[in-house]
Design a protein around this ligand. Structure first.
Ligand code: IVH
Length: 667
């Protein structure tokens, strides 16, 4: 075959394969048996091998190509990718309709669509060819994930529209692919994905496109970004046009002429949702007429012409088989409910924090009870209530022990706190947790020393204090199970390397109360050496802008302990660096998720009093106010948060739990 004949045959094969692929992956309606597709694909592959300069980027053989990337490039969205405001009930939907109708005399029509629970993507085509696939990112800047997007079979590599067009939609993982992936992960001893959304996002974040290709992702497209030649007048026409151009659109959309019809659609899908082969988390309602959309315009974050109805948090019923007690680094004893595994909101729940005894008493939770579980904010598992009718005489009221489950010391309840604490400084559980914290990423960051190895070393009596880490010897390590020569050498290298960490990592690693990674950095940059900080007075420390009274007090108390002086001396003798080697810190450089935010605190926290929490949040640059309004950016909710929580949920305001606050503080 000469080159000209090859070219003709290649075009023919590509056209057929393109058509078959479209029927199979986009329409879900194949017209030929799989074998015929495979045969043609093979023929094309062979011809392309013979004539490599005839390979084009849109050839079906090129879906999985290229080497793994080092990093994703950034992409700026020429039209920002906004999010939607939320509706939680019929009243919110009617309010939306009322707001949208103001200013027009015409009756409005709406398009209702399923809200696919995946991640937003943007596809750009030039000269009819897919040239870029990108994530939403923060809405302004996303990441170029073209090589991964190309592996999704339902994404056309070429279209007939030759003018530049940017199409937007949702990439997701169907249930079937999700279940198969998690099964394989579990078989390999890997941690399964919590839900299909995480699995889809995790797959598209892989630098090697072969991984995304193996994950069987799918897309639904529902909008356009940049498109000069947009010839249409309504969203429903747009969906039809996208379909005609060869894009996969979701078939369940419906045009509704009244808000009553919208509500009917919402109710229908609330009950039909479990029968879909993919996850949805709500319904998106859009004003159909594009001119009206334009008139309604946008707020800073979202269009006024659309709203997302969010399904209520899914609940499930299961048995609480045990209450496990764990002792944290600071001695707080936390009860955790152990549950008969149950699926809720897209993932399997096996445990739920019960926080403290007050909460257990308030809900009268007992071992053996049948309980209702939900995921707060669809993320954190929570025991909602006990199903009293299922209770027999077997279940006895639960009481926290009066002694530490790890060391037997009497537990105490500090003033203003709901938590019970073990105040034995030598409690083995606390020591272990302290060691785990010391080696963690934001602290000394010692590779190869994870939770498991720390516990192993602790149980083998090789370490008790953090100084012991720097005294570990090769021969002793080699005696341990699962420790080969190579891992021992790597571990010792990582420990040695950590000695030259800048001061803030050590300071954070020490685990001083209220001193998170940020405060540690501020202190290290300010005092420059451990010696200066050890000598600093309360007044010296409080003089620093970002450091509040509680923090300063905690630092002074910590360094006043003789044990601490000895430990630092030991670490110094072992060669651990005690000097700040990072850049000179300016106040502007301190930037946290809380900087500039308006925050409301509500409910009871376990580890902070209200004043402590306020002080810490303010030290990170946030303003704390007392009531929830549209101006509130974040509501931080402890236990029994009540009406402020409800209001925040209604207004679609970001809600954090105490754990999230803790994470941000420690970052
Ligand atoms: S329309 C201007 N339609 O929901 C916003 N979004 O909070 C245009 N989503 O980021 C979005 N299904 O990732 C739209 N049928 C659908 C959707 C949908 C899922 C996601 C999308 C967006 C988020 C909105």
């Amino acid at each position: 075959m000469d080159k000209k004949q090859a070219q003709e045959r290649i075009t023919e094969l590509k056209n057929s394969l393109h058509q078959y692929g479209y029927e199979y992956y986009v329409l879900d309606n194949p017209s030929v048996p799989d074998a015929e597709y495979d045969e043609k694909l093979q023929a094309l592959q062979q011809l392309e091998e013979q004539f490599p300069d005839l390979i084009t980027a849109d050839s079906p053989t090129q879906r999985v190509g290229g080497e793994p990337l080092d990093a994703f490039k950034k992409v700026t969205h020429s039209v920002p990718m906004l999010s939607l405001s939320n509706a939680f009930n019929e009243t919110d939907l009617r309010d939306f309709a009322r707001r949208a109708s103001q200013g027009t005399s015409q009756a409005l029509s709406y398009v209702c669509e399923l809200k696919i629970d995946g991640l937003a993507i943007s596809l750009t085509y030039e000269n009819g060819k897919l040239i870029r696939g990108a994530t939403r990112g923060d809405g302004t800047t996303g990441e170029d994930i073209t090589s991964n997007i190309k592996t999704i079979r339902s994404v056309p590599l070429s279209i007939r529209e030759k003018r530049k067009i940017e199409v937007r939609g949702e990439a997701f993982m169907p249930h079937k692919s999700f279940l198969a992936l998690n099964e394989a992960k579990e078989e390999n001893g890997e941690e399964p994905f919590a839900n299909p959304r995480n699995a889809a996002a995790g797959s598209l974040r892989q630098l090697d496109p072969k991984i995304a290709a193996s994950r069987n992702l799918d897309v639904f497209l529902y909008g356009v970004g940049e498109w000069d030649a947009d010839p249409i007048e309504s969203h429903s026409e747009r969906l039809t046009l996208l379909k005609e151009l060869g894009f996969k659109t979701n078939p369940e959309w419906k045009k509704c002429d009244t808000i009553e019809e919208v509500i009917e659609y919402v109710n229908y899908w609330t009950s039909e949702r479990p029968n879909l082969s993919y996850e949805i988390d709500g319904i998106v309602i859009k004003v159909d007429d594009l001119k009206t959309q334009e008139d309604l315009g946008y707020t800073a974050k979202s269009p006024r012409w659309a709203i997302a109805y969010k399904f209520p948090a899914e609940e499930a019923i299961t048995t609480l088989t045990d209450i496990e007690l764990s002792v944290g680094r600071t001695g707080v004893v936390t009860p955790t409910a152990i549950l008969e595994p149950v699926r809720v909101a897209g993932s399997t729940v096996k445990r739920a924090s019960l926080h403290n005894e007050d909460l257990i008493q308030a809900k009268d939770i007992r071992i053996g009870d049948t309980v209702v579980i939900k995921k707060a904010g669809d993320i954190i598992p929570e025991v909602v209530r006990v199903v009293e009718e299922k209770r027999t005489k077997e279940q006895q009221p639960f009481h926290m022990p009066s002694e530490c489950p790890a060391c037997g010391t009497d537990l105490v309840r500090l003033e203003e706190e709901v938590a019970l604490r073990c105040i034995n400084p030598n409690c083995p559980a606390q020591l272990q947790e302290g060691l785990i914290h010391f080696v963690s990423r934001n602290a000394m960051n010692i590779d190869g020393l994870g939770e498991k190895v720390i516990k192993q070393l602790f149980q083998a009596d090789l370490i008790e204090t953090i100084a012991d880490i720097y005294r570990l010897e090769r021969n002793a390590l080699l005696q341990l199970e699962r420790m080969g020569e190579k891992s021992v050498d790597n571990l010792l290298k990582a420990i040695e390397a950590s000695k030259s960490n800048s001061l803030e990592k050590l300071l954070f690693g020490l685990g001083i109360r209220f001193i998170g990674a940020k405060a540690a950095k501020t202190l290290a940059a300010h005092f420059e050496t451990m010696e200066h900080l050890q000598k600093a007075t309360f007044e010296d420390i409080i003089a620093i802008d970002e450091i509040g009274e509680k923090m300063a007090d905690s630092v002074v108390r910590y360094f006043a302990e003789e044990k601490v002086t000895d430990l630092l001396q030991e670490l110094n003798n072992l060669g651990v660096n005690m000097t700040y080697t990072g850049p000179k810190q300016t106040t502007e450089a301190i930037n946290s998720e809380l900087t500039g935010k308006t925050v409301v605190l509500t409910g009871k926290m376990e580890n902070f009093t209200r004043n402590e929490a306020k002080e810490i949040v303010e030290s990170l640059g946030a303003t704390v106010t007392s009531s929830v309004s549209k101006k509130t950016d974040i509501v931080i909710a402890g236990e029994d948060a009540g009406s402020k929580y409800d209001k925040a949920e209604k207004l679609g305001i970001t809600i954090w739990d105490e754990q999230k606050l803790q994470e941000v503080v420690e970052r």
